[in-house]
Design a protein around this ligand. Structure first.
Ligand code: MN
Length: 253
């Protein structure tokens, strides 16, 4: 399996970093991004945005998160569930004449104008592309630093308190959905949850703003290893959160 070789993976990561630097040319403020809700043409690229309609390669191997997320779950989640959202998004975009050269961030704030198929699959694609990047192989004492940590402590008292509030939100989402850390219109860091494949960028979302951290709490994300124990999956998941990436998204706004 060629894409499971560490060397080719490293080569891919090196290429991606260069690619990301090229893509992230225009810096935008939170206001510019969110103002796109009213005037979609004004949207600009910020680092960490998910702009494509194609599934990017995983930034690690299927077994890299073992002990937290098992290899089979990772493989099925990426190659079946997420791949299907991407395929169906492209089908919907073709049927509804969406310009796929434009960033997905431009479509999501006006998603109510499109079909349920578009809403579910645009969300499914965006959320998973973001979710993979929100994780990386387990390290000890995994926590944020710098301005992100300061903001978390300001909003939520302490990192421990933040983790417990976020976990509670994720555990109490009824049915399928996502838990989010996002910045609201006043740039405050908030914890929230959405049903199905909705996300905070959507005009139809229960919580609105710019998503900085995503946690998939659909059963397909954990059931093979954790069965009914969603809480154990969530508690364990903190070990593989990629805080460098979350920080990049946070600092972009
Ligand atoms: Mn999923």
């Amino acid at each position: 399996m060629p894409d499971n070789k560490p060397n080719s993976r490293r080569a891919f990561i090196a290429t991606s970093v260069k690619g990301a630097a090229t893509v992230a040319i225009g810096l935008a403020t939170m206001n510019e991004l969110l103002s796109s809700c009213n005037s979609p043409k004004k949207v600009m690229a910020v680092p960490g945005m998910i702009t494509g309609y194609i599934q990017q390669p995983l930034p690690y191997n299927y077994d890299s998160l073992e002990n937290v997320i098992d290899k089979l779950t990772m493989e099925i989640h990426y190659t079946k569930h997420a791949a299907t959202y991407t395929k169906n998004l492209n089908d919907a975009a073709a049927a509804e004449k969406v310009d796929t050269a434009k960033p997905l961030e431009e479509l999501l704030p006006k998603i109510s104008r499109y079909s349920a198929k578009m809403r579910n699959n645009a969300g499914g694609h965006y959320n998973h592309e973001m979710f993979w990047k929100c994780m990386r192989p387990k390290i000890n004492d995994n926590k944020p630093s710098g301005k992100l940590l300061e903001a978390i402590e300001k909003e939520h008292g302490s990192f421990a308190n933040f983790k417990s509030q976020f976990s509670e939100t994720a555990k109490s989402r009824f049915g399928s959905g996502w838990a989010w850390l996002y910045t609201d219109f006043a740039k405050n860091l908030k914890i929230g949850s959405t049903a199905n494949q909705d996300n905070p960028l959507m005009d139809v979302s229960e919580v609105k703003g710019f998503p900085v951290l995503a946690l998939d709490v659909w059963e397909h994300a954990y059931y093979l290893k954790y069965q009914n124990k969603r809480a154990d999956y969530i508690d364990n998941w903190w070990n593989v959160v990629n805080w460098a990436y979350i920080q990049q998204r946070y600092e972009a706004v």
